[in-house]
Design a protein around this ligand. Structure first.
Ligand SMILES: [Zn+2]
Length: 290
């Protein structure tokens, strides 16, 4: 089965530089020591080549690379340009600093309202949805619990605001742009019920399955991953679920264990081979081919 990962963070040289600059006195070497990660070379193409080798090693056909700090669009568009048949280019954008010129070659704009402190209903967000509508692009909207491990490890403050993270806030926006695929990661990351409601009401909303889904422990009654998939399949159907891992750094690389857990849960939930193909690759390829 071909696998396309809808959620891989592309921790570029520029990404680390930007984070390091947020903390006075922090140097590149300090950051490398604190993280214990393999730090990327300057050129995003080199990190792209590293991801290609990793995806090859793991038998993964496609990866959606997410530039994970505003202003880093060029990293993923360059990596994608070098491997157009393997990568999709996604980037975190802050609507208040939206630069459509930098979005050239970008396929998914990723919004983090709770990180950048705005409501998804703000007028400032409209140009991004207009861009997606006019260029057949997609928009990713992070909802629910938000923590950024790399920020914590580097000792950076994260003054996020959970008030801006309810999928219900997306309802009117999703209806206004019915042709724009809207991806909500991690099944709503704690707002599972709201994410299901949103996706049920808006046929352009997709749920990504990425990460270890630790939000499950917020549920009032016990749920396991198999039940999460079962309920999502019942409400949303197999055509709007996107497999993702939330892989991010080396040497850990692509998170095969997450793939295994999800594949097992879907098998136990009684998924057919045809539906598995949709979730593990065809849905994402269909959105990206528009
Ligand atoms: Zn992520």
């Amino acid at each position: 089965m071909a696998v396309a990962d809808a959620h891989v963070h592309f921790f570029s040289h520029h990404f680390f530089q930007t984070l390091i600059a947020q903390k006075p006195g922090l140097t590149w070497d300090d950051a490398a020591a604190k993280l214990g990660w393999r730090m990327p070379e300057t050129e995003p193409e080199a990190l792209g080549a590293q991801w290609i080798a990793e995806l090859d090693r793991q038998g993964v056909a496609h990866g959606t690379l997410i530039a994970s700090i505003p202003g880093d669009e060029a990293s993923v568009t360059k990596a994608k340009a070098a491997h157009p048949d393997r990568f999709f280019a996604a980037a975190m954008v802050n609507p208040r600093a939206w630069n459509p010129a930098a979005a050239e070659g970008l396929q998914i704009a990723c919004l983090f309202p709770a990180m950048h402190l705005y409501s998804i209903q703000d007028d400032s967000v409209r140009p991004i949805f207009e861009w997606a509508q006019h260029n057949n692009r997609a928009v990713f909207v992070h909802c629910g619990a938000l923590s950024v491990g790399v920020r914590a490890k580097l000792g950076l403050e994260s003054r996020f605001d959970l008030r801006f993270s309810n999928p219900a806030d997306l309802h009117a926006v999703a209806l206004r742009y019915p042709h724009v695929p809207i991806i909500v990661p991690h099944f709503g990351a704690g707002y599972f019920r709201e994410a299901l409601m949103l996706a049920d009401l808006c046929p352009n909303v997709y749920l990504d399955t990425s990460s270890s889904n630790h939000w499950i422990r917020y549920q009032e009654s016990h749920l396991d991953l198999r039940q999460v998939f079962r309920r999502t399949l019942d409400v949303v159907g197999p055509g709007r679920i996107l497999f993702g891992t939330d892989s991010s750094f080396f040497p850990r690389g692509w998170q095969h264990a997450i793939f295994e857990d999800q594949a097992r849960a879907l098998y136990e939930a009684g998924l057919s081979a045809a539906d598995a193909e949709l979730i593990f690759s065809a849905n994402l390829l269909r959105i990206m081919a528009r």
